[in-house]
Design a protein around this ligand. Structure first.
Ligand code: ATP
Ligand code: MG
Length: 343
């Protein structure tokens, strides 16, 4: 089935344009974006639009395996290369000859394996474990990651030389909350798919109120989360009322985005806490809940403010915030903080 990249936002328009251009040139490419934004879909589309379509498409998940296993999976091994290697095994690099080698979650690859990958890319050949022969492979390497690799470079977690090798081109996919105009088209696309899969005669009618809610929600799990919500309504028939439990937060996406801008421009903003023009949903309000919401938001604002002011120098930020490094990293992840000028 051909991949279908849905969206009307300028970000998706740019992604489509890049796909077209990169598919013609077959430059090594990295696709960046948060979880569920469509990185794998973009990689598959690159493959389909290229002359390699029909050739092998081989995926390696760099985060799923311990180092040595990943190495043998990528480069292959000879019989007897290690205990349990009962027969020779072609690595994925070799399998991807004349096709695409998709390195998923490349940001999670260890430094030592990064060095091996770099050599393989530089020489166009490599030696399988326990082997004496060199193997050549003409694979088009496309990688994906949800890491900010530029940050990882600075932190010494990713090799600079490998970075330049694999990212001759790069594609950034924005999170859904930054392109809310894509939500309605995605909903109608997937609604139609799920309804027809079910051969249901009843089309799903999403009323305006519900659509507004879906568009305002911040979708931390991006398109995958949207698919799950729609599947639950359509396939499991949970009904539209259940949307409230699936996306429980009275949403303030716009406000959050505006607040972020204010935080970066205006140091005094930090003193603010309170309503600040937020719309409150009176049908679903308790003081306790509201207090928690505001506290969470203030925490997010304070941390992102400090990170922006320190140029995302995390060590400096921990000193200012007086928290441990570990706590800060957990918060960054939990609150999904990213540099404002990241993309
Ligand atoms: N623009 C889009 N149009 C249509 N479907 C999309 C779009 N973006 C994502 N999807 C669908 O959403 C699901 C999740 O996308 P995908 O697996 O490509 O995300 P990902 O970025 O690789 O996520 P992860 O980081 O979790 O691996 C897939 O079923 C994909 O087809
Ligand atoms: Mg993926």
């Amino acid at each position: 089935m051909e991949s279908n990249l849905i969206g009307v936002s300028t970000n998706i328009a740019r992604v489509r344009d890049l796909i077209q251009r990169i598919a013609d040139t077959e430059l090594n490419t990295v696709v960046f974006g948060d979880t569920g934004v469509g990185k794998e879909l973009v990689v598959k589309t690159l493959y389909e639009k290229s002359d390699r379509n029909g050739g092998p498409f081989v995926k390696v998940n760099c985060a799923a395996l311990p180092d040595t296993l990943l190495e043998s999976e990528m480069f292959g091994y000879e019989r007897g290369a290690f205990t349990g290697a009962q027969r020779k095994m072609r690595g994925k690099f070799e399998q991807a000859n004349r096709g695409v080698l998709f390195l998923d979650e490349i940001g999670d690859m260890s430094l030592s394996l990064q060095a091996k990958l770099l050599h393989a890319l530089q020489d166009g050949e490599f030696i399988p474990l326990g082997s004496e022969r060199t193997v050549k492979s003409n694979a088009w390497v496309i990688a994906a990651t949800n890491h900010d690799l530029a940050e990882d470079l600075k932190a010494g977690k990713f090799r600079e030389d490998l970075y330049y090798r694999i990212s001759m081109a790069s594609i950034y996919i924005d999170p859904l909350r930054k392109r809310p105009e894509d939500i309605a088209p995605l909903i109608s696309y997937y609604t139609e798919q799920y309804v027809s899969q079910l051969k249901a005669s009843q089309p799903l009618n999403i009323n305006k109120n519900l659509m507004d809610k879906l568009i305002a929600y911040h979708w931390p799990g991006n398109v995958r989360e949207l698919q799950n919500v729609l599947r639950r309504i359509i396939v499991l028939g949970e009904g539209e009322e259940s949307i409230d439990t699936m996306i429980p937060i009275t949403n303030h996406r716009q406000n959050i985005d505006d607040d972020k801008k204010q935080v970066s421009n205006n140091p005094k903003f930090i003193k603010f806490s309170g309503l600040n023009g937020q719309q409150l949903d009176l049908s679903d309000l308790s003081l306790k809940k509201f207090k928690k919401q505001v506290a969470d938001q203030v925490e997010k604002d304070v941390i992102s403010y400090v990170l922006e002011k320190t140029g995302w120098n995390r060590t400096r930020a921990t000193q200012i915030l007086k928290v441990s490094y570990k706590t800060l990293l957990t918060k960054i992840k939990e609150l999904e903080l990213t540099p404002l000028n990241n993309f």
